[in-house]
Design a binder for this molecule. Structure first.
Ligand code: ADP
Ligand code: MG
Length: 255
């Protein structure tokens, strides 16, 4: 399951919360130019896996590597700078700030604070500030929200707020993109736009891990699927294989 040359690999990872095993033993890997879907019933441990990869939680066993480098001692903010971007199951936005400011918070070097410093600072800081602004605008354009850049994030619909979050994640040109239920709360046309964008990002070489319940989206986008149940890998392989696996169907029915 863990293949040499993968951009992101997790191997034998586990984590307990106060004696309760949320994740028992999970191994998976994602290549450049690949979308891997992580599916499974509620409570299977999908978000916990995403949180361990992005550094929100530290696994109590197993290893996580980015391009072969062990991330154990790399804190979340450095993982972000090192090329792992993510969105959360519930979007986390600064609702009183503008859309573009929210996207700038994901800038490669800086974040909003330093962007302002860039605009008012010396020439090299200024250039970096402008590069970040261009990247943020480009990311908004890709999610179809550039015209809304100056609106207050809190005034957007839920589906559009999710788009802003995705723009923030891709604004830093990450190598790995982790999306926790990106289609939740989207209408059909927003979900279709999302799958088109994910396929484009894949074709540009991103390694994408998508935690998702929306099977049409999974079928449209994923090259491989890993199904978790009770913190373990229940099945993995090509979408047709995994989605027709009796154990997978039973795990969903039982949830
Ligand atoms: P999924 O995303 O697949 O629905 P989660 O990863 O959110 O599942 O949760 C897996 C298990 O870990 C669940 O039993 C959940 O209650 C538990 N869990 C997740 N996060 C925490 C936490 N911070 N503290 C305690 N238990 C947690
Ligand atoms: Mg979850």
């Amino acid at each position: 399951e863990v293949r040499a040359g993968a951009v992101l690999s997790i191997s034998g990872v586990g984590l307990s919360f106060g004696g309760i095993r949320a994740v028992t033993d999970v191994s998976l890997s994602v290549d450049a130019g690949e979308i891997l879907a992580l599916i499974g019933p509620n409570g299977a441990g999908k978000s916990t896996v995403a949180n361990m990869i992005s550094g929100v939680y530290t696994p109590d066993r197993g290893t996580i590597t980015l391009n072969g480098r062990d991330l154990k001692s790399v804190p979340a903010h450095l993982r972000r700078r090192g090329g792992i971007a993510r969105t959360f199951q519930a979007p986390i936005l600064l609702l009183d700030r503008s859309v573009i400011e929210n996207v700038l918070a994901g800038s490669k070097s800086l974040g909003t604070q330093s962007w302002f410093r860039g605009i008012f600072g010396g020439p090299s800081a200024h250039r970096q500030g402008e590069a970040d602004l261009a990247a943020a605008q480009h990311a908004l354009e890709r999610v179809g929200l550039l015209e809304l850049a100056e609106l207050r994030a809190g005034d957007l619909s839920y589906g559009r707020q999710r788009g802003v979050e995705l723009a923030r994640a891709i604004a830093s040109s990450p190598e790995v993109l982790i999306l926790d239920e990106p289609a939740a709360g989207l209408n059909a046309s927003e979900a279709a736009t999302l799958s088109t964008l994910l396929l484009r990002l894949r074709d540009e070489g991103l390694a994408i891990l998508i935690v998702e319940h929306d099977m049409p989206l999974v079928r449209r986008t994923a090259g491989r699927i890993v199904c978790l149940a009770s913190g373990q890998v229940l099945a993995s392989g090509l979408p047709d294989e995994v989605l027709s696996d009796k154990r997978v169907m039973r795990a969903y029915l039982g949830s």
